[in-house]
Design a protein around this ligand. Structure first.
Ligand code: PLP
Length: 281
């Protein structure tokens, strides 16, 4: 398997990371996950733009142009012969003797690798259970930062309760999932948290909002309370790897009739139609 290290493709056993890499010590870096369908990068431009935006927000300079970066991602997928899968790519501020403030002259370190991942078709059809968990993350959730401890703790707690995802809330207001965005549907209106500093502006979320416009589903980008969420007709989550997965139960309360909702299914099918993979779901 080939790994991207800065601007070179190397074999995994040749990769070395410094003990003082700031990603390792401080989570001082950002990342991106890009989906691969049929050997092609999906919504590559959006992911690459977000990678550069996240980097800029934490004042890390990506050491090549977006075009060069795009080609590196493409070549990595091709070299590893990935058909359906994903690219994970991160950039850290590099290594330096441990100190909190930015080093004057560290060189950013990029690592990228691929993985085969099939579409989670069963989960997409049958839905999953979820759990409310207090959102204890920082106030810059718009940055796709390597600091994921708040997300990891929330997902673990959900997992220990037999749930697939955490529905995060700040006080009564639902923000997003531990690694997904969240949506409720009530009487043909879709509700989701606005793309503020409290959530990641998901690329899948953007596609879903476009599909709602095409399908005539009204959208209200206002946060739902936990009580409102439990009263929704339908509820679902979205992410690059999960696509659109129905939440059929939150905290032991059934959502709607406890099966995938009609509009959720419509959105899944419209999403799938954009992938040019034929009908699978
Ligand atoms: N919110 C969080 C916290 C995430 O980690 C992710 C990524 O998986 C998402 C939302 C969904 O974003 P995207 O659709 O770009 O994958």
């Amino acid at each position: 398997e080939w790994i991207l290290h800065n601007d070179e493709f190397i074999q995994e056993d040749k990769l070395t990371i410094s003990k003082e890499d700031r990603g390792y010590q401080f989570g001082d870096g950002i990342y991106e996950v890009i989906r691969v369908y049929g050997g092609d990068l999906y919504t590559a431009k959006e992911h690459i733009d977000r990678f550069y935006d996240s980097a800029e927000k934490v004042k890390i300079v990506v050491p090549y142009t977006k075009d060069v970066f795009h080609k590196l991602m493409y070549d990595l997928v091709e070299k590893n012969e990935i058909n359906n899968g994903q690219v994970y790519v991160q950039i850290t501020r590099g290594s330096y003797v441990r100190q909190h403030q930015f080093p004057a002259d560290s060189t950013p370190v990029v690592v990228g690798y691929t993985k085969t991942v099939e579409r989670p078709l069963e989960l997409m059809r049958n839905g999953v259970r979820a759990k409310f968990i207090e959102d204890m993350r920082w106030l810059r959730c718009d940055i796709k930062s390597l600091n994921l401890l708040g997300n990891v703790m929330a997902k673990q707690e959900a997992h220990e309760s037999g749930c697939f995802e955490a529905v995060l809330h700040r006080s009564e207001m639902i923000t997003e999932g531990s690694s997904s965005n969240m949506y409720g549907i009530k009487e043909n209106v879709l509700y989701t948290h606005p793309a503020t500093n409290l959530i990641l502006d998901g690329i899948t979320r953007r596609t879903i909002l476009e599909l709602c416009a095409e399908l005539g589903i009204n959208v209200q980008q206002t946060p739902m309370t936990k009580d409102q969420a439990l009263q929704m007709d339908e509820f679902f989550m979205s992410s690059t790897t999960a696509e659109i997965i129905p939440l059929i139960d939150i905290d032991g309360s059934k959502i709607g009739d406890g099966t995938r909702g009609a509009l959720t299914e419509k959105l899944q099918k419209a999403f799938e139609a954009r992938l040019n993979l034929g009908v699978q779901i």
